[in-house]
Design a protein around this ligand. Structure first.
Ligand code: PLP
Length: 380
């Protein structure tokens, strides 16, 4: 099956007792058993639920994986992945990480003795230099947030294979429509399904795709033991969202391209970050490993101040000022004060994250309306 067909059919079949074409929301905590331990594959809903199973099979299908495992949130999925490791183990991660991932690694796991090195992965030498005998995992996030840098996934995997470490890719920003890490050799693809997979800003969820039986077994044991499970309603919403993933992504990307075109010629704009621009430093890697360049865009202003950014953001009428991304509606946000507010200014600026940097998650509205919205606020 090709990708668009999979978003509708992967792992899905009509429900057995009624023939319902859509998977019912099995809102139950437990299941009747014919005799102790004789059941129809489900005994207790922390361990499994048919609506969740339908989503897990779909996630596996989209990522070309043998297994999908769903969690109550994206960070719960990341938490479970890191709990596969033990005190003394070492993880190499991108230095340009989702803030919640960075917080989880440094505030939750470092005190328990797992160590982390954060490196600029756009230069593979940095990855190689960070490897030690204790390195068990390389954690990749690409494209990165909010500067949309691109990491060469195959290049990092080559390094990981040589030292025997696993590789995990946070594929939230790209979605499997644009990028399939397992096909490039990664062991794990991870998603915040809250974003593009759910696609409608109405649910929180996480997922892992893997073809490794050991990883699958470990994560299933954790789900059963620690209980970070998504409810059936949330699984249903993500499954429903995935059905339109391809058309939503296509439209969002088309809109993003037009917005980038407008922004790069705007006299008030200093620089536009978008992997689709030939001037983007990793444009060729993006071209190689992504089907298209995505719908996340960021830009900074000639007037590099928080006030200038605030003025712009408070005047948009179609773009909503909010955190998160990947929904049908366009969002605008200010990394320096919102998602990356806890990073000191000099550290931020060294990485290129200036005060006036503005991030857009481009939705599926009409591009003309989105551009008019930016025009009216830039020209004031
Ligand atoms: C949102 C996000 C997460 C965390 O997911 P939640 O569903 O909010 O817990 C992890 N990684 C990336 C890249 C994200 O954008």
């Amino acid at each position: 099956m090709k990708f668009n067909t999979k978003t509708i059919h992967a792992g899905q079949e009509p429900e057995r007792t009624t023939g319902a074409v859509m998977p019912p929301i099995f809102q139950t905590s437990t299941y009747a058993q014919e005799a102790p331990n004789v059941n129809q594959g489900y005994d207790y809903a922390r361990v499994g639920n048919p609506t969740r199973t339908a989503l897990e099979k779909m996630i596996a299908g989209l990522e070309n994986a043998d297994h999908g495992i769903c969690f109550s949130s994206g960070v719960a999925a990341i938490d479970a992945i890191i709990r596969m490791f033990r005190p003394g183990d070492h993880v190499v991660a991108s230095n340009d990480l989702y803030g919640g991932t960075y917080r989880l690694f440094t505030k939750m796991f470092e005190p328990f003795g797992i160590t982390f090195s954060f490196v600029d992965m756009t230069n593979l030498d940095n990855v190689q230099d960070a490897i030690s005998k204790k390195t068990k995992l390389i954690w990749i996030e690409t494209p990165t947030n909010p500067l949309l840098r691109v990491v060469d996934i195959a290049g990092v995997i080559e390094i990981a294979k040589k030292c025997g470490a696993l590789t995990a890719v946070d594929n939230t920003f790209a979605s499997p429509y644009l990028q399939q890490p397992l096909d490039l050799g990664a062991d794990i693809a991870m998603h915040s399904t809250t974003k593009y997979l759910g696609g409608h800003s109405d649910t929180i969820g996480g997922a892992v795709a893997t073809s490794s039986p050991e990883v699958e077994e470990n994560l299933r044991f954790q789900i059963k033991t620690t209980g970070a499970v998504p409810g059936p309603m949330d699984c249903y919403l993500v499954l429903r969202g995935i059905k339109t993933l391809s058309v939503r992504m296509q439209r969002s990307v088309e809109n993003a391209v037009q917005i980038v075109d407008f922004l790069k010629d705007s006299p008030q704009v200093e620089v536009v970050h978008y992997p689709g621009l030939p001037s983007h430093p990793q444009h060729n890697i993006a071209k190689k490993q992504m089907r298209d360049f995505g719908a996340m865009v960021s830009f900074s202003l000639k007037d590099d101040s928080i006030e200038a950014a605030n003025n712009l953001m408070s005047r948009t009428k179609v773009f909503t000022l909010a955190e998160s991304l990947g929904g049908i509606e366009s969002l605008i946000s200010h990394p320096a004060t919102m998602t990356h507010g806890s990073i000191p200014k000099n550290v931020r600026e060294k990485a290129g994250l200036f005060d006036s940097l503005i991030r857009l998650s481009v939705g599926i509205e009409d591009a003309d309306d989105l551009i008019d919205d930016l025009k009216q606020t830039l020209n004031r």
